[in-house]
Structure formats: C-alpha cells, structure tokens
Ligand binder design. Structure first.
Ligand code: CUA
Length: 669
C-alpha cells in the first residue's frame, strides 16, 4: 500500500500539472450549472415546449419524442419493434409493417433519424429512420406520428450509414455497415475470402414529393469496407453525397486491431446526380433479389407488405466520374457538411485532430487529377489537395459535428467527454464544455441543414454512471441540453432517455403541431372490416373462422355478450372506435391471450385482434385505456364452448339479461 501511495501521489501531481485530470474526467455537474438554468428550461404547466426533439431509440427499435427545453417525454413511436403498449406489430393491420424477406422480424436497432427537407430546410412532413440489424428504412408521418412505410434493403447488412437525405428529399441513402457476399452470390464461402467474395452497397431510395412513398431506385456497388455515416451536400455541393468508411484494410476478424492499421481511411464522395443520370440511361444491371416493401394506408388503417424482386445495381468501378475517395485520418465516424455546403468535416474516432475538407478543392483536385492512386478501381484524391485545414487539439475522440448557423461547428469528443465549439473559417477552438459522460451524437435544431436554429445543442451521452438514482446494473441513458446562444456554451439540463439515443433531430414545434391529426373521420374509414355504427355490429361465422364486428364508444362495447364461439375457432375481432373526438382512444384486450398484446384503437379507426381460443370457458374482455368515469364498466364477456357443442352463435348489448327472479336482495333501504 505504501509503495502505491508514493506512486499515486506522483501520478496525481503529473496529471494536475498537465491539467488532464480535468479534461479527461469532468468535474461534478453541480458546479457546471449556473443559477438561472432552471428558469431557462422551465416550461410552466399547460404551456408548450418550443421544440420537438426526435430521438432515436437504439436497441429499442423506436423513436421517442421529447419537448425542448423541458426534456419532457411526449411520445414513443414504434417503428421496427413490436409495441405492446398500442398493439403495433400485434394487430392484423400492423403486422405486415414488420414483414421482411426473412419473415416477421419484431425488433431492430434504430440509430439515425432525418427530418424531410425542402430546399435544404426542414419541412416538417416526415422523419426517416434506419434499422441497423435487418437493413430497413422507415418513414414516419408527422401528421399522425405513426410509421407510414418501411422498405427493406437487399445486398446489405447492418444499415448504419443511413437514412440521410438530399436537400429536397429526392433520395434517402443507406450505406451498409458490413460487407457481405451479395444476395445473389453463393454466400457459403470461407470467411477469410472476404476480400474476394464480400462486397458493399449503398442504396438510393427515391421519395415521392407529394405522397412521400419510397422506392428503391438503384444501388451503388462499392468495395468491401464498412460504411459508417453520411451527409448530403448543400447549395453548390447539392449533387454530392459524402460517406465515411472504415476498415479499408478489409479485415474480417479482430477489427479493433486489424481495422486500425492504416493511418487514414476514407470519405467516399459520390456524385449522386450523375449516378441518377446513369441509372436513367440504363447503365447498371438488374439483379434478382428479395426485399419487403411495407406501406400503411391510413384510409384503410391497414398495412400491406409486398415482396419486391429486383434491384438496379451500378458498379462504382465501371463509372469513372461518380465516386472518389478522400483519405481521412484514423477510422472516420461522423461525416458532416456545413450549412454553406463548402466544408465537409470528417471525425476520426482515433484521430487527434479534425480534418475539414473543401468542396471547391475536391472539385479542383478531380479536375486536375490530383490522385494518389486507385482503391478497388476508385480514384483516391490526395489528402492535401482536398483538405481545407485541420482543427488542432480539439480534444480526444471526435465523433460528430453539427452547426450553429453562426459560422461555428460543435463536435462531440467521446474520449475526453466534452463538446467543443470551433470556428469553421479559422478552425480555432472557441469553447469547450464537459458532458456527462462520453457523448456520441449531438443535435442542434436544423443543425445539419442550410438553416440551423442555434439556440440549443442537445448531447446524447453513452454513459451516465453517477448522474441519476441507481436502477440496478443498467442506468438510464441521458441527454444534456446546452444553451449555445452566447459565446460560452452553458449546460442547462440533464434528461433521461429511453433505449439508447444515437442521432436525433429537432425542429421548431410551430412547424408541426398545428397539422397534428386529432381523430380519423369515421365516414372515410375504408377498412374492409369497419363497423360504422352500433346497429351494424355483428358476429359472422364462416366455417372455423369467426369475424366479430365490434364497436367502442364511451363507455361500452357493442356487442358485449357473445356466445357460440368454439375451441379451435379462429376469431378476428375487428374493433372500431366510433368516437369523433381528440384524445379518446379505446383499448381492447381479452383475458390471457397468448402471442398477443392489447389494441389501442384511435377515434374513427378499425384495428383487428386475432384470437384462437384453446379452452372452453368464459373470457372477459375490456377497454384498457382510461376513457371516462365509467371506463372500468367498459367490459364484456365471450363464451367459448367445446368443439362439438351446439351452442348457437349469439351476440347483443344490453339485452342478454338475467332472470329477474335471481336478482340479489337490495340491502340499502
Ligand atoms: Cu374505453 Cu376505457
């Protein structure tokens, strides 16, 4: 112990002198918050937040919606994961949303979100989401806050470099993280034939301007490296897309060592306009593949899943003027383009500087062929020829950068647990503030668009350690809100988040809130199983299939007594909520149904609950959403009889009364 003490003292002294004890481990947050922080984030009861913050849920496969500056959680939108809370992925109408070429995949890992844009500005219509595990891209409708569409991506594995969009939402791009043998090839090959048999893909999904409908327009076949992140150009760089990639060593084992060998990996610059033109000219090859395309039709309140069978593939090697590699130091992660479109910021996870590339210089380098050679048939631009400059000593472990719209960039430093503000023109560090701890992504409202709103930055931390009350081995994930309107960034608030937050987007609430759908018009409900009034409710048997057309209105079901169901029947409960009022969903659940959750039916909507009764008996069903003072009375019974029984099918509400002679005595006289 004594020896250790001596060592510790010397060590501590060294750290103190070098100052690194403060930069590596931030001081206690209590000291980091100034007195008026509470006032700045306080949103009085009954008042609205100024911004929506859409935060990826990571391994929960969902998107969560927070209000800012309060940090209040407003909603969780299920996208790639089933959600028992509202029946997403359980109801017959939503099950097709999670269909893939591999069957029903009820979970995913959701990392990045991107709001739709028009002319490089957020237009508040849709938000796109990537699925990292089973490669998929989703579109969430911001009128309903529901997932409207999911498209699967063939020839991909680990859809990480996604879903980033062009300035007018012409395309959503999706770069594969894992290189793999293509779907068409024989995948039964030794893993160490990676360099020969594995390839990578970048998918370009077109988005219909009016409906938002997505379609897999074409894929770019690229060398087998790992694509990490991306961002589209803006203004003069409008036609271009930039992708960070690592593992240019093309290693297939122990990547932490084997993919960190080279001093520089790459940013891939793709002229998507040219690529689009080549695709339209018929260059490229149609390949037979299989991928699911799932669309939720809100006129029917129902999804369909179609398996598509073909994709157009253009090979980067064959297109001499579309793709260029730019060397970027040490395992680049973030790849961010400033509001002017001139500066492309690469963030090497293991680099001690931040390289900033110039779009003009890249164009000149291409024109003057300032290449150091080719990588798998793609020209590699000289580092110096593309470089605008380097931010020196920014901190340790730069990951992601957003822009404040005042000529500054803010970058997260994972290793040194801080955010660092620097000037885009002179590349000088202006300010740094500790975060708690190990920040990954960050978000400024509109911070990756032409018009950032530089009021706040929200930082999403990977580790919370001592920040919240302990909750067992797993602690809450965390976001932190900073005021960035002044010279010094000021920590205002910690708020816990659900899942694990990765990239996020934020936008002024005024762009979205007034368009929010309040209820669905029952007269326009085109669900084939809709019941438009209680008089139409019924139960229909067709062999072993029974369809229950049941309605809900405060505070009863119609019908609420059903008999004549038999063991072995396949029963579909088509539940229509007749309410035409905001915020009056009704729930639906039957006692102890395996493989199902509840339904949460929105006003004017129809949702279907499948039930295969296994055992004779009486099964209660009830409303699960507290809808009125008599919510607890909103219930019913269904009788299940043995297969061979002759109990006739019957159904009613308020009519199936007991014999009056059996009434219990009244004792309150
Ligand atoms: Cu309807 Cu509670």
């Amino acid at each position: 112990m004594k020896k250790n003490n001596l060592f510790s003292t010397t060590w501590l002294l060294l750290l103190l002198i070098s100052g690194s004890i403060f930069s590596c481990k931030p001081k206690n947050a209590g000291d980091a918050v100034s007195g008026d922080a509470a006032q700045q984030v306080y949103v009085a009861p009954g008042k609205y937040d100024e911004f929506y913050n859409f935060v990826s849920g990571g391994f929960n496969g969902q998107l969560s919606v927070y209000g800012l500056p309060s940090g209040r959680l407003l909603k969780i939108v299920p996208i790639f994961s089933v959600f028992p809370e509202n029946g997403y992925g359980y109801s017959e109408e939503t099950k097709p949303m999670l269909n893939t070429s591999q069957g029903f995949v009820p979970w995913d890992d959701q990392h990045h979100l991107e709001l739709s844009q028009t002319n490089g500005e957020i237009d508040g219509r849709w938000i796109f989401a990537n699925a990292n595990n089973t490669p998929r891209v989703a579109r969430v409708d911001l009128n309903t806050f529901k997932t409207a569409e999911i498209i699967e991506l063939p020839n991909s594995a680990g859809n990480h470099s996604s879903p980033f969009i062009t300035e007018n939402t012409e395309y959503v791009v999706a770069g594969t993280r894992f290189a793999v043998p293509m779907d068409n090839d024989n995948g039964d090959v030794p893993i160490n034939t990676y360099r020969k048999n594995f390839k990578a893909s970048i998918s370009f999904i077109s988005v219909d301007k009016n409906s938002g409908n997505m379609s897999l327009a074409f894929q770019l076949r690229v060398p087998p490296v790992d694509f990490d992140l991306s961002h589209a150009g803006k203004n003069k760089s409008h036609d271009w897309f930039f992708f960070s990639c690592y593992n240019t060593e093309q290693a297939n084992t122990l990547l932490e060592v084997n993919a960190s060998q080279r001093d520089k990996d790459f940013i891939l610059a793709v002229n998507w306009k040219k690529l689009e033109a080549y695709a339209k000219q018929g260059k490229g090859k149609k390949e037979a593949v299989q991928y699911a395309h799932n669309v939720y039709d809100e006129t029917k309140h129902m999804a369909t899943s179609t398996i598509e069978k073909q994709v157009l593939v253009l090979d980067a090697k064959d297109l001499k003027d579309v793709c260029y590699f730019i060397p970027c130091p040490k395992s680049p992660h973030g790849c961010d383009v400033d509001p002017s479109g001139e500066y492309i910021v690469g963030s090497g996870k293991l680099a001690a500087l931040i390289p900033v590339f110039s779009f003009d210089k890249i164009q000149q380098a291409i024109a003057n062929k300032k290449f150091i050679g080719e990588y798998d048939g793609i020209p590699v631009i000289e580092y110096e020829a593309a470089l605008y400059g380097e931010v020196k000593k920014p901190g340790l472990g730069p990951l992601h950068t957003e822009f404040d719209g005042r000529g500054n960039a803010i970058t997260t430093m994972f290793v040194s647990s801080e955010i660092v503000k620097w000037n885009i023109k002179d590349l000088k560090v202006i300010d740094r503030q500790s975060t708690y701890y190990s920040p990954g992504h960050l978000c400024i409202p509109g911070g990756d668009t032409k018009k950032p709103n530089g009021k706040y930055v929200i930082v999403y931390n990977k580790i919370t350690k001592d920040r919240y009350l302990p909750t067992g081995p797993e602690l809450a994930q965390s976001a932190q809100l900073f005021d960035i309107s002044g010279d010094k960034m000021k920590l205002l608030l910690d708020f816990p988040t659900v899942g694990e937050p990765h990239y996020a987007q934020a936008v002024l609430a005024s762009l979205i809130k007034d368009k929010s759908v309040k209820y669905f018009d029952i007269n326009k409900n085109q669900n084939p199983y809709v019941t438009k009034g209680e008089a139409e409710s019924k139960v229909v048997r067709n062999g072993k299939r029974v369809d229950v057309y049941i309605t809900q209105i405060r505070s009863h079901f119609s019908p609420d007594n059903i008999e004549g169901i038999k063991v072995g029947d396949e029963v579909y409960w088509h539940v229509t909520n007749l309410e035409q009022d905001w915020d009056i969903p009704h729930g639906f659940a039957i006692k102890s149904v395996p493989d199902n959750a509840e339904l949460l039916v929105m006003p004017g909507e129809t949702q279907t609950y499948k039930w295969m009764p296994q055992k004779a008996g009486i099964y209660p069903f009830y409303c699960t959403d507290f809808c009125s003072a008599l919510h607890q009375e909103m219930q019913g019974y269904v009788r299940v009889s043995p297969v061979e029984s002759k109990v006739p099918l019957s159904f009613s509400t308020g009519k199936n009364l007991p014999d009056p002679a059996t009434a219990p005595p009244l004792l309150d006289k």
